[in-house]
Structures are given as structure tokens and as C-alpha cells.
Design a protein around this ligand. Structure first.
Ligand SMILES: *Cc1c(COP(=O)(O)O)cnc(C)c1O
Length: 562
């Protein structure tokens, strides 16, 4: 029973963290188990058809490492070929380094997986030996290229030295792979100039970009049957397999009859979303208001805080009677926080308290509504994206690798308010600046701002932001729970706030005003909505997969059946 339980434990839970929270023994066991099982399955089937002839193995197989989570596959394939199949090191390395390809998913250094050498050696001693051998040979190559540059050797080593030496899994994946890609243009550039700069200098040809996509079969055809029917009635059903065909909707964007049908579909989807919000949050949303939505994992770099600060700003404006030309707005924030991520949990608390205060205030009723949606998940997103007017993609520039929520919203006819980050940049390129609410520092400006950042000065100089901070600091949202939001206040006011929340507030509030004004012009907004869907063709996973195949896998495409 003990052995059976121990075995079952390995895959009993899926780790819920999208970034950071490292070092758990069970996680490493899980990663090794799944990587090894996959490789053994492939090798067994190869042997069945080709016996011990591995001469064409590399040509016929490719392992796409989806982040560093399966990167044990590099030393494990070496172990299987050398120890189990009796191959020499050089032949085995030739096969391994011609079959592995690595996709990086994050620029946050704290999210890069590292395992302590101690834990790794206790659990996987043979793999650690193999990693040391890979490292010795690799560092010899580095030394040949840059003789005497010991600092660079230490920087690039697969082992990070220190009181508790660590195995750098991303570096292991790069050294073991023939292809390394990021998931949006900016992200791939920043990888090459920043995080993996040394490796790019050594092997520039390894690096490439594959911008993410989402599948229109789930995110448009299945999730939004109303819009799918209207699109098919207008341009035929070609878009289901060839998303570029959505382009043909653009010529209908100025047709009043088409606009009116488009608006009816969006309204019905907003009613459906309002029902979800009522059921899961107990808050009533008016389907005629602007539906302003931010749903994604809760993380400081995604800046749910910036969104909440803006909501408080709108609340203050209403209370002060600064409400000329008001656009009624319903703000939905949703997402899960990793269990151990304290400040993310506290951001959720703030969102809930602000929502409670605003929704309970009869003076603002009908003009501003706020809800925090718990248990955000794919089945919820299938209702949320079709019912959204304004998609919040407001990460600190340079931090969101790609984003895919941004693509689901665009496909469903939402306009984006966003920074120049991840795939937002490509979304804006496709849809045009007139149909995208851009704000904020660029990745380069953000980097420069961090060197002399003074949030207290920013707050003092901006009456709107000052008002927001003073209201939070007065304890207005935490009566009877003194100090509840002190950690948040401290984070925003810290000169070391890496996310630059205060720095982007003014530009964000201004972009929000532009969006509100655009929404008041119903025809202009509907046109913008149509043009967003029409320009979303690039963001199909079909295009992404085709690029992976042409650049990396080299499979012969098979025509779809039926
Ligand atoms: C699309 C999606 C995400 C990713 O959203 P981002 O805004 O790109 O971070 C996360 N969770 C769920 C449930 C999703 O559907």
C-alpha cells in the first residue's frame, strides 16, 4: 500500500502556480516522472520499428519543451541513450541536442526554475552526474570562445554557485536545444538582449520568435455562437479554418444594418455575462453600461492594483460631482492568486472591499458598478470574453511575455486598453492605433524610470492619484480592520516598486477617459468592435502551429478531413 500510495502521490496534484514558488520536492519528482515516461514511450516505439538503429532518430523526432518544466528531458534522454541503449556520449549528445527545442514563457527572473543541487542529487543522482558532464563540456566551449573570461563562465554555468548551489533549468534547456523561442516579438527580443544575452552571443542562430495564438474553434465558434452565426452569415464559414478571412468583415463596419446586428449580439452576450456576475458575485451589472474587464492570474506585474486605483478615482469623481458627460461603467476583476503569494491575496481583498463600498453607495448606483469574480477559469472566460467591451491589458511594459487573454477578447470584439507589452504590441499593429487605447511607459522607459523612481513625488504632483491614495490611507476601505492595506500602500509608495504603478496612473486614467468618450458614441464604438474582430486573424493558434512546424518541427502538413 505504501509503495502504491507513493507512486500515486506523484501525479495527485497539479501545481497551481503560474510563476515562482519553487523548490518543492514533489514538483521535481513530478517533472522527472512525466519527462522520463514520455521519452521512454518514444524510444520504445522507435525500437519497435527501427531496432537499435538511431541514425535517423533526430531527423524524425522533436521534443518541444513547454517552459522549463520538462527540462529534465535533456539529461534524461542522455541517460537513456548512454545507460540503457549503450550509446557513446558524443553520439547521444548529437541526438539529444538535435531533438530538443525550448519555449520560454516568462521574463521574470524570479520565475525561472532552479533546483538545489542537494535536492537534485538526492532524488536524481545519475541525472546530476550527467548535468555536470554537460556543463564541463559546455564551459570548455565558452572558454574556447572567450579565453580567460571567468566571469562569463560563472554567469553561464548550469550550476549557480553560492551557499546553496542551484541547477539553472533554463540554461540546461538552452544548452540542450537546437531552438529557443519566446512567445511574442518583444518578448523574444528582450530574451536575446537581457535574460539570455550571453547565450545569444554564443549561438545567435538558435533564437527565434513564435507569437502565441488562441483557437477560434473554442474562443469564437464555441464560446460566442451568436457572433459566429452573424460572421458566417456575412462572410461565409471559411474563418473557422482560416482566421485571416475575418478581414472581410472590415468592409461591413460602416454598414448601419450590420452594425445594428453586431450590437444586438454584443448586448445579448452582456446579458449572459451580467447573469454570471449576479450569480457568482451577487452584483447587478447594467448591460447598457461599458463592461470594463480584467481577468487573469493575480500578479503584481499584471497590475490589478492600477485598475483598482482607477476605480477608486472614478468613485471619487462621482462623489465630488465631477460627473459631466459620464459614461456608466461596470468593472469586473477576476483571477486566482497562488496560495503562498501574500500580496496577491491582499490585492483581492482590496478589490472586494472597494466593490462592497461602491456597490453599497446609492449616490453612484447606475453609474459605477464593481465586482470581483472568484474561481476564474476557462469555462468562465467562455462567457466573459464575448460580453466584454473593454479588455484590460495593463502589465508593466517588458513583463508580460505574450498574454493570450488579450487575443480572446479581441477576437470577440472588445477594444483593448493596454501598454506596449507582449502581444499587445502586435494586436495594436494589426488593428491600428485608432482602435486601441494605448498608454504608459515603454519597456525601455520603464527600465530607465526604475533608476530614479520617486513615487511619493509622483503622487504629490497628481491631484487625482493623491486623492485616491489619501482615501485608501484614511482607512475608508478597511473600517475596523486597521492596517489591512498597509502592505499595498507601502508597495505603491516604494521607490523600489518594480511595477511602477504610480508612474503609469495618470496616463492610464487619461486613456480610460478616451475609452469612455468613445463608448458614448455608439456607432464609433461598434465600428471599433467590428474592426477588432476583423483584425484578429493573426492570433489564431493555426498560424502559431504553422510557424512552429515550418521553423522547428518540419512535419509534412496533413489536410484536415471533412
Ligand atoms: C486565457 C486565460 C488565461 C491567460 O490570460 P492572460 O490575460 O493572458 O494572463 C488565464 N486563465 C484563464 C482561465 C484563461 O482563459
Amino acid at each position: 500500500m505504501a509503495a502504491k500510495n507513493a507512486a500515486e502521490n506523484i501525479t495527485m496534484v497539479l501545481y497551481p502556480n503560474d510563476a515562482s514558488e519553487n523548490g518543492k520536492e514533489l514538483r521535481l519528482k513530478q517533472q522527472y516522472f512525466l519527462a522520463s515516461a514520455s521519452l521512454q514511450d518514444v524510444l520504445e516505439r522507435w525500437e519497435l520499428h527501427h531496432g537499435m538503429d538511431f541514425s535517423r532518430f533526430a531527423e524524425k523526432n522533436c521534443f518541444q519543451l513547454n517552459d522549463t518544466h520538462p527540462s529534465c528531458a535533456v539529461p534524461e534522454l542522455m541517460r537513456l541513450l548512454v545507460d540503457e541503449y549503450g550509446m557513446g556520449w558524443d553520439a547521444a549528445w548529437n541526438i539529444t541536442s538535435r531533438t530538443m527545442a525550448y519555449t520560454n514563457h516568462t521574463l521574470l527572473p524570479e520565475a525561472l526554475e532552479k533546483w538545489s543541487v542537494r535536492l537534485f542529487g538526492r532524488l536524481l543522482p545519475r541525472l546530476l552526474e550527467i548535468i555536470y558532464e554537460i556543463n564541463t563540456r559546455f564551459l570548455t566551449e565558452v572558454a574556447r570562445r572567450w579565453p580567460g573570461d571567468n566571469e562569463r563562465q560563472a554567469r553561464m554555468s548550469l550550476i549557480e554557485e553560492g551557499p546553496e548551489p542551484q541547477v539553472r533549468m533554463a540554461y540546461l534547456a538552452i544548452v540542450g536545444s537546437f531552438s529557443v523561442n519566446g512567445v511574442a516579438q518583444l518578448h523574444s527580443e528582450l530574451l536575446q538582449q537581457g535574460l539570455f544575452r550571453d547565450f545569444h552571443e554564443l549561438w545567435p542562430g538558435k533564437f527565434n520568435n513564435k507569437t502565441n495564438g488562441v483557437t477560434q474553434r473554442r474562443w469564437l465558434a464555441a464560446a460566442n455562437p451568436g457572433l459566429a452565426r452573424l460572421i458566417t452569415a456575412t462572410i461565409g464559414e471559411g474563418w473557422i479554418r482560416q482566421l485571416d478571412e475575418l478581414r472581410r468583415l472590415a468592409s461591413h463596419a460602416d454598414d448601419p444594418a450590420f452594425r445594428s446586428r453586431w450590437r444586438e449580439v454584443k448586448r445579448a452576450n452582456k446579458v449572459r455575462l451580467a447573469e454570471l456576475v449576479k450569480r457568482d458575485c451577487g452584483v447587478s451589472f447594467d448591460p447598457d453600461a461599458l463592461f470594463d474587464v480584467q481577468v487573469k492570474r493575480i500578479h503584481e506585474y499584471k497590475r490589478q492594483l492600477l485598475n483598482i486605483l482607477h476605480v477608486i478615482h472614478l468613485y471619487i469623481r462621482l462623489k465630488d460631482g465631477r460627473d459631466a458627460d459620464w459614461t456608466p461603467r461596470c468593472v469586473l476583476i477576476g483571477g486566482k492568486a497562488a496560495p503562498g503569494y501574500f500580496i496577491a491575496k491582499r490585492i483581492i481583498t482590496l478589490a472586494c472591499k472597494v466593490a462592497q463600498m461602491i456597490n453599497g453607495d446609492h449616490q453612484v448606483a447606475g453609474r459605477l458598478g464593481v465586482a470581483f469574480l472568484p474561481n476564474y477559469r476557462v469555462s468562465a472566460m467562455e462567457i466573459i470574453a464575448p460580453g466584454t467591451d473593454l479588455s484590460e491589458q495593463i502589465s508593466t511594459a517588458g513583463k508580460e511575455a505574450s498574454g493570450t487573454g488579450n487575443m480572446k477578447f479581441m477576437m470577440n470584439g472588445a477594444a483593448t486598453i493596454g501598454t506596449l507589452d507582449g502581444a499587445n504590441i502586435e494586436i495594436r499593429e494589426e488593428v491600428g492605433d485608432d482602435n486601441f487605447f494605448l498608454f504608459g511607459l515603454t519597456a525601455e522607459q520603464a527600465e530607465a524610470t526604475r533608476r530614479h523612481y520617486d513615487p511619493d513625488a509622483v503622487i504629490s504632483a497628481d491631484a487625482d492619484l493623491r486623492g485616491v491614495m489619501e482615501l485608501i490611507e484614511s482607512g475608508h476601505f478597511n473600517q475596523f480592520e486597521p492596517g489591512l492595506f498597509d502592505p499595498i500602500i507601502k508597495a505603491i509608495r516604494s521607490p523600489h516598486d518594480p511595477w511602477l504603478v504610480a508612474a503609469d496612473f495618470h496616463a492610464f486614467a487619461h486613456a480610460q477617459e478616451r475609452a469612455a468618450a468613445a463608448y458614448r458614441d455608439r456607432d464609433r464604438w461598434t465600428r471599433m468592435s467590428i474592426l477588432n474582430t476583423a483584425a484578429s486573424g493573426k492570433f489564431s493558434t493555426d498560424r502559431t502551429m504553422q510557424e512552429y512546424n515550418e521553423g522547428i518541427w518540419k512535419l509534412t502538413p496533413v489536410a484536415p478531413q471533412g
